[in-house]
Design a binder for this molecule. Structure first.
Ligand code: ARG
Length: 244
């Protein structure tokens, strides 16, 4: 008799566990370099990942029925880590470029961006990229800011691992200017009143990077982006993190 109860109990347990597993959402592991406010950064006190990209990927996850798990990884290690399989996709204010398209696939573009030149407030000598020739300029290593200034002869490029450090270098007087994404310049110059930024010098679009050939996930993510845009959630997230 006891044996029968025991076996019934076991069967019930297996059923319950099975049902729970079926209910649990699949996990979408997302790589980001959380050094880029207002797109991705870490709350100093709680360690929580915050920003436009974080909210967007969570909304996309919600739309496609996946649980989002954020994996913080140094910017210049993101693509290699994606290729290794450390995560399924990258959201990191990553511009869709021809060079990156050789290594990864990108989702539909989700944000229009540009590079700007950040200088000290009192600087009047730098307005265009040409004005940077003969000067030291800081960038985050391997970014489109790096690419933009590296293409021009005579600019002395100082590369930093972390985006905020590249901007700090302008404040410290170590370089004449920094080239970085507009919204990041906007965010940081609100915090530090001793720097300013100029007009856009490039036009770019951010996309979510996925390993080549992972078309199933690519389609899902594009479907998620479309849904988040159609529902008005995208505009909500935009208004929360960005000006105008
Ligand atoms: N948009 C630039 C690029 O794709 C900079 C992105 C840097 N992102 C970051 N999370 N630090 O190269």
């Amino acid at each position: 008799m006891k044996k029968m109860w025991f076996s019934l109990l076991c069967k019930a347990l297996v059923l319950v566990l099975g049902a729970t597993a079926a209910m649990a959402k699949p996990v979408l592991k997302v790589g980001t370099s959380a050094d880029f406010p207002p797109f991705e950064f870490q709350d100093e006190k709680t360690g929580e990942y915050l920003g436009f990209d974080i909210d967007l990927i969570k909304a996309i996850g919600e739309a496609i029925g996946m649980e989002v798990e954020i994996v913080n990884t140094a910017w210049d290690g993101l693509i290699p880590a994606l290729l290794t399989g450390n995560f399924d996709c990258i959201i990191s204010a990553m511009t869709i470029t021809e060079d990156r398209l050789k290594a990864v696939d990108f989702s539909d573009p989700y944000f229009s961006a540009s590079q700007v030149i950040v200088t000290k407030l009192e600087d009047t000598s730098i307005k265009t990229v040409e004005d940077l020739v003969g000067k030291q300029v800081s960038v985050q290593i391997g970014t489109t800011g790096d690419l933009t200034v590296s293409e021009i002869d005579g600019i002395i490029v100082k590369r930093f691992n972390l985006a905020p450090d590249a901007i700090q270098e302008v404040r410290n007087g170590g370089v004449a200017a920094c080239v970085i994404d507009l919204a990041v310049a906007e965010e940081i110059s609100q915090q530090y009143k001793d720097i300013k930024y100029g007009e856009p010098i490039t036009t770019e679009e951010y996309g979510i990077a996925i390993r080549k050939g992972n078309t199933q996930l690519l389609e899902k993510i594009n479907e998620g982006i479309a849904q988040v845009k159609a529902s008005g959630k995208y505009d909500e997230i935009y208004a929360k993190w960005l000006k105008d």
